[in-house]
Structure formats: structure tokens, C-alpha cells
Design a protein around this ligand. Structure first.
Ligand code: F6R
Length: 614
């Protein structure tokens, strides 16, 4: 939800800002803008993508060694040139970019209007710029203090960067509820600001993740960080481990395709070193630290949104099967507002690729207030969720840039599998022999995912060509594969704009069967595990109504092959691990259909990757 970048130092800011915005474009692409300070203040902004901004600035003066850039996912005000960031204060002296929502902007605006302020945009951000200037003038304080006082009046979420025409050696950043990272440049007095570390890693590996309610100021080459309560903090410097190739396309047409093909590695990385096949033990620190707590748990609540919620559903099946512990999976957005019952002996697991999803964070805060133990399964190191949870295990999927989540999902399912087995082991619910079987099979999974990728490409292309123009798709699965059906449908609708529904296969006869005719493709996840015979009957019911069946089957399954219109084979595996394999062809199917329909797969319309607003 909006990407922000800022630079101060001896170099020209423009190239870093543009490259940084391109790296952050997954966070929103409704409009883009930059501001550069070089004696005077230059602001260029436009509706559209960063490429439109580059065209706009062609031949213009882009000099300046202080600057900021913004790529927008619109919340207040339609995506147009005027609502694009940066925004200026009343006098035009202060310039601001913002990611988040100022919830009380309407009442602040009313007061400022009464005081003679005039606004040009419909945004909440412009109100903040005016408020800071109003405070600076009326309280006769410097810009930093004015920012600090203004943020004390603001309700909502923000990551902001501010520059001031009259302070040619000043860059200010602040965050609450939206992420912000500061890069410590190689030259003295050189600092980078960004929504995440991807724009920064090319320039420096030393970063400071800003904490909630902190304001950073670079002035005269010195970095100072204070809280909005005016308490000085010492910046903690982390070393980035991310590599540059991980955030580039590396020869693939799209990030999404690259990320789909990275899954053998991302799944392997997410399990690597976390269990020992030899002595049947787990090397997950969180499990060791919370052993007593886990032994006494009464219930687990999993919260997440979108794809992460789907991974949570797989987690529910895994934990209930192996650890025999009740699990509830909740949409974070519902959980946070429905006065849920949370007990101090609950474990609340938050699943999130970005680690910044506003609803998931709020659900965790609510759980924390009620005394539950919080556990994070997140991909982005240094993000907010891992920092507010008591314990957790990162998914080691590496940066996921494509807006549609792919490798993050399988990495989440991998970590949840280990958690389920680990909790089962601590609670004495799994035998050594069964643990050995599961470990053995888990070790095979990266290789089997590679096999699926190598073997299904042509088949998926052929199916994509045939169905690329349909209006609707149905996805069915049972048991562990019900969440896979949901995820397959979500992937298709979000990137190809074809309407798709996922259902538990047995629910078909309670309604969706009415949709089936010769034009309706139905993707059925039907491995020779779990409820094979039942799903086979569902396929027959679809065929009896002339529906088109695309079945994901276990290799060599001649029975389903004989009645389905198309089959995609995956290697046999444990029932609990089928989602890790069955998801892969569904991701590819969505990808190819979207490409054939000329959709922007990496940046689907209206979406953004890191949903930092409710
Ligand atoms: C779908 C997708 C979204 C995210 C959701 C949660 O492909 O990417 O549904 O899964 O917005 O995001 P995170 O996992 O970052 O909390």
C-alpha cells in the first residue's frame, strides 16, 4: 500500500529514487511522484506507473542531492495527477509523501480550513503537510518539532518523509503502522529511506528498521531518532542478508513466474536446518523456548488474510491431525472486530508474507491485550509482525515481488507442517516411526516440486489456451486440498480477472452444481490420497452435467484419466503434503491464462502487495 523512498547524501538522488520506486511498485501503482531539493524544490508527479513518471521527467531538471519518491495505492481521492504524492504545505515550503491513512484527517482539515488553509487535493496526506506547517508557524518551532507535535495529533497509520525548501540539509522520516527502513550509506551523511529494504540493498547492507512511533531526522549529516514522545533512541544497525538477484527478474518474463519456479528452493530453505532426520528432533528455537506453554495449550487460533489465510487453513488440518489440538482459523479483519473469545492459554499464530498487513497486526494486538501468546509466520525479516510477536519462525521464501503470492504460500505451508509436527512431538501425539516417515517425505518435497514444474508446463499451456476466454471457473478439493482449491481460485481471479470460486468438493451439490454446464471448467484436486473415491464421485457428477474437468491427479492414475477432460499429474506424497505439490500447477494455470489475456500479472489492477490499510 504505497511505496516510499528518500535520499540525502553527496550523490544525486534521482536515480536511486526511480530505481527504488520500481522496486516498490508492487506496493501500489495508481500514481508516482518525486520531489528533489537543490536550491529550489522540484516536484514531478503523475497518474500511472513509475514508467509514466520517468517519461514526465525526461528532459527536465532532476538534480538534487535530497529527494523523495512515492508510488501510490489510492485510499483518499481518486488516482489522478493532483492526488499523486508528494504534497505541499500551504506555503509550498514543506513537501511530504505518505503511506498509510490519517483517520482523523477530516476534522483536522476542518480546523485548518477555518484558519485559512486551502487544499488542492482530496488526500489525507496534504492535510498532514498543512498541519505540520501550521504548527511550525504558530508554535515557532523547527520542522522536526513541528512534525513531532503534528504526529501527536494524528490518528491512523503513517510512514512519511518530509523535506523542507528552507532546510537544504534536512530529511525527516517517521512511522506508525506502516513500515520504514533507513539505510546507512557508504559516505558520511548519506542515508536512504524506503518502505522495505529492496531499494536499499544495492547501495548498503546496513539498515535500521524504524520502530512504531519513531521519527528520524538527518540534519548536517547526522542521524537522530526520537519517539513522538521526544525520547531519544539509539539506532540499531542490522546487516541485510538479501541478495540483489533475489529482487530482480533474472531472465524470467515476470516476477510471478520466477517466484513459481523458485519454489523447490524456497520450500527447501524454509525447512532447512529445522529438523534432524537422524535423531528425530526439531531445531526450531521457538518450539524449545515455548515447550511448557505448548504442552499446556488448549487451543490455537490462526489469523491471516488472503493467501496467508489459505495457508492457515492447511495449518488447521495439519495441527488437528498431528497434534490433536483444536484450531480456529480466522480472517484477521473479522477477528479484530467481532469481540472474539481469547484466553491466556491460547496460542495465536499470525501468518503473513509481508509481516505488515494492517488487519493481521490489529488482530495480534487484540490477542496480546487478552494475554494470548503470539507466534508469527512471516517472510519479511524486520517487518512489524515478527517484532510484536513473542516467538515465530520465518518462512525463507526470499523477497516476493509479484503481487500474487506464490512461493510465500508454499513456504508458509512448509513452516506450518513443521510446527504441527513439532507441537505433536512436544505433546506426545506422534510416534517416532510416524515422525520419521514425515521427515523422510518432507525431504523429498523440493525434488517433487521440481518434478511438477518440469513435467506440467506443456499441459498447463494447452489447458490455458483452451479456457483463456471463459467467464467462470470452479475449483474443488477436499480435506487438505480444500484450501488449495480456494487458493487456486484466488490466484486465477486476482491476476486474470476471470471469476473463480473455490469449494469443498462435497459442497458442490449444495448449490454450485447449478452452475455446471458444458461451458464450465472445474478444476478438481484429486490425488490418490485422502478422500479419493469421494472426489472421484464428484468428478462423475460434473461429467454427468457436461462440465469440463481439469483434474490434478497422482501420477499414473488411469481411473480419473479415463473420465476427466484434462489431467495434470503430480508425484505421490503424504496426504498432508499434497498441497505443496498440487498448488504448483494451479499457480501456473493462472499465470498462463493471465498472460494470454494480456493482463499485468505482476501488478494486477486495484491490488497492492503489502496491505497496510484496513
Ligand atoms: C494473494 C495475496 C493476498 C495476500 C494478503 C495477505 O495472492 O497476495 O491475498 O496473501 O493480502 O498478505 P500478507 O501475507 O502479506 O499478510
Amino acid at each position: 500500500m504505497c511505496g516510499i523512498v528518500g535520499y540525502i547524501g553527496p550523490d544525486q538522488a534521482y536515480d536511486f529514487l526511480i530505481k527504488g520506486l520500481q522496486r516498490l511498485e508492487y506496493r501500489g501503482y495508481d500514481s508516482a511522484g518525486v520531489a528533489l531539493l537543490d536550491g529550489g524544490l522540484k516536484v514531478y508527479k503523475t497518474k500511472g506507473k513509475v514508467s509514466d513518471l520517468v517519461s514526465l521527467t525526461e528532459g527536465k531538471d532532476t538534480t538534487g542531492s535530497i529527494g523523495m519518491g512515492h508510488t501510490r495505492w489510492a485510499t483518499h481521492g481518486e488516482p489522478n495527477d493532483i492526488n499523486a504524492h508528494p504534497h505541499l504545505s500551504q506555503s509550498g515550503d514543506l513537501c511530504i509523501i505518505h503511506n498509510g491513512i490519517i483517520e482523523n484527517y477530516a476534522s483536522l482539515k476542518e480546523v485548518l480550513l477555518e484558519r485559512g488553509h486551502e487544499f488542492v487535493s482530496d488526500t489525507d496526506t496534504e492535510v498532514l503537510a498543512h498541519l505540520i506547517e501550521d504548527i511550525r508557524e504558530n508554535e515557532e518551532v523547527d520542522v522536526f518539532e513541528a512534525v513531532r507535535l503534528a504526529l501527536n495529533e494524528v490518528v491512523g497509520a503513517y510512514a512519511i518523509v518530509i523535506i523542507s525548501k528552507n532546510d537544504p540539509d534536512l530529511l525527516i522520516g517517521a512511522r506508525k503502522g506502516s513500515p520504514m527502513v533507513i539505510g546507512h550509506g557508504k559516505h558520511e551523511g548519506e542515508y536512504y529511506i524506503a518502505s522495505d529494504a529492496t531499494p536499499i540493498v544495492e547501495y548498503t547492507r546496513e539498515v535500521t528498521y524504524m520502530e512504531e512511533g519513531e521519527i528520524a531526522m538527518v540534519k548536517d549529516g547526522q542521524l537522530t531518532i526520537k519517539t513522538i514522545q521526544n525520547i531519544e533512541k539509539t539506532p540499531y544497525i542490522h546487516k541485510l542478508e538479501m541478495t540483489l538477484d533475489a529482487i530482480e527478474k533474472g531472465g524470467y518474463d515476470h516476477f510471478m513466474l520466477k517466484e513459481i519456479y523458485e519454489q523447490p528452493k524456497s520450500i527447501y530453505d524454509s525447512m532447512r536446518g529445522r529438523f534432524s532426520q537422524e535423531d528425530l528432533t526439531f531445531a526450531m528455537q521457538s518450539l524449545r523456548e515455548y515447550e511448557t506453554k505448548i504442552r499446556n495449550l488448549k487451543r490455537i487460533i490462526i489469523v491471516g488474510c488472503g493467501t496467508s489465510w489459505h495457508a492457515g487453513l492447511v495449518g488447521e488440518y495439519l495441527i488437528e491431525e498431528f497434534a490433536r489440538l483444536p484450531v480456529e482459523v480466522e480472517y484477521a479483519s473479522e477477528f479484530r472486530y467481532r469481540n472474539p473469545i481469547i484466553n491466556s492459554d491460547d496460542l495465536v499464530i499470525a501468518i503473513s508474507q509481508s509481516g505488515e498487513t494492517a488487519d493481521t497486526l490489529a488482530a495480534l494486538e487484540l490477542a496480546k491485550e487478552n494475554g494470548a501468546t503470539l507466534y508469527g509466520v512471516c517472510n519479511v525479516v524486520g517487518s512489524s509482525i515478527p517484532r510484536i510477536t513473542h516467538a515465530g519462525a520465518h518462512t525463507h521464501a526470499g523477497p516476493e515481488i509479484g503481487v500474487a503470492s506464490t512461493k510465500a504460500f508454499t513456504a508458509q505451508v512448509t513452516v506450518l507442517t513443521l510446527l504441527a509436527l513439532g507441537i505433536a512431538e512436544i505433546r506426545g501425539q506422534i510416534t517416532k516411526a510416524r515422525l520419521r516417515e514425515m521427515f523422510t517425505e518432507l525431504e523429498q518435497i523440493p525434488g517433487k516440486v521440481q518434478k511438477v514444474l518440469d513435467s506440467c508446463a506443456d499441459k498447463v499451456l494447452e489447458i490455458s489456451e483452451k479456457y483463456m476466454n471463459v467467464q467462470n471457473f470452479l475449483y474443488l478439493g477436499r480435506g487438505y486440498n480444500f484450501p488449495v482449491a480456494l487458493e487456486g481460485a484466488l490466484k486465477l481471479k486476482e491476476i486474470s480477472y476471470i471469476h473463480a470460486e473455490g469449494y469443498p468438493a462435497a459442497e458442490m451439490k449444495h448449490g454450485p452444481i447449478a452452475l455446471i454446464d458444458e461451458n464450465m471448467p472445474v478444476v478438481v484436486i484429486a490425488p490418490k490420497r485422502g478422500y479419493y473415491e469421494k472426489v472421484f464421485s464428484n468428478i462423475q457428477e460434473i461429467k454427468a452435467r457436461k462440465g469440463q474437468v481439469i483434474a490434478v491427479i497422482t501420477e499414473g492414475d488411469e481411473k480419473i484419466k479415463s473420465i476427466a477432460d484434462h489431467t495434470i499429474e503430480i508425484p505421490d506424497t503424504e496426504d498432508a503434503l499434497v498441497p505443496l505439490l498440487a498448488t504448483i500447477p494451479l499457480q501456473l494455470l493462472s499465470y498462463h491464462i493471465a498472460v494470454m489475456r494480456n493482463c499485468n500479472v505482476d501488478q494486477p489492477r486495484n491490488l497492492a502487495k503489502s496491505v497496510t490499510v484496513e
